[in-house]
Design a protein around this ligand. Structure first.
Ligand SMILES: Cc1cc2nc3c(=O)[nH]c(=O)nc-3n(C[C@H](O)[C@H](O)[C@H](O)COP(=O)(O)O)c2cc1C
Length: 163
């Protein structure tokens, strides 16, 4: 099985999960970078608010890739203004995906759990979205326990599911 981890992280929270996934599955890491650095937390918040008001956000600097050769693609990001950062949405739209398993992993201060998942579903309508990981300050999720569940499920032959 081939695993890819496509992720963005500004302050390191999402990156910790990305690295744990890479370690567990021997997955390749594909960090996504915005065209312009967002700076620290406070500057990024001010900029994202301004972008929202203008209805414009910068593109990703990372060139789009073809991920169709991967059996499982993990997609990770922090919640920004309620959902996936806009430049990352553009990036995912520009990449090629097949009908593989997509596993979203998201970190947040507290909000955006449903909208982040909904955004992933809208961007990848052909994917089979499974094992959503969402960790926030008030409700942290244990990444290692989650990874054990994912690993056990992926090891199971597809035909055995639902029995
Ligand atoms: C620009 C910006 C916007 C954010 N918007 C939200 C939000 O709408 N809801 C929320 O719960 N957290 C929000 N946060 C907090 C981050 O989602 C949270 O700190 C996350 O774990 C950071 O992940 P990272 O360290 O991988 O960048 C925002 C943070 C930034 C910098």
């Amino acid at each position: 099985m081939k695993y890819a981890v496509v992720y963005f992280s500004l302050t390191g929270e999402t990156e910790k999960v990305a690295r744990a996934i890479a370690e567990r599955f021997g997955a390749e890491l594909f960090p996504v970078e915005p065209q312009e650095d967002y700076g620290g937390f406070a500057r990024a918040v001010a900029r994202v608010v301004a972008e929202r008001l203008r209805g414009k956000s910068p593109a990703a600097k990372t060139p789009p890739r073809d991920f169709t050769g991967y059996d499982v693609v993990f997609i990770g990001f922090p919640v920004w203004a309620g959902t996936m950062p806009a430049f990352m949405q553009d990036y995912i739209r520009a990449c090629r995906f097949g009908e593989q398993t997509v596993i979203p992993f998201v970190t947040a201060a507290g909000t955006g759990k449903l909208s982040a998942l909904q955004t992933v579903g809208e961007l990848l309508p052909g994917a089979s979205i499974e094992h959503y990981y969402f960790s926030s300050k008030p409700a942290p999720m244990d990444a290692q326990a989650w990874l054990s569940g994912v690993a056990a499920d992926l090891a199971e032959p597809k035909g055995a599911k639902g029995k």
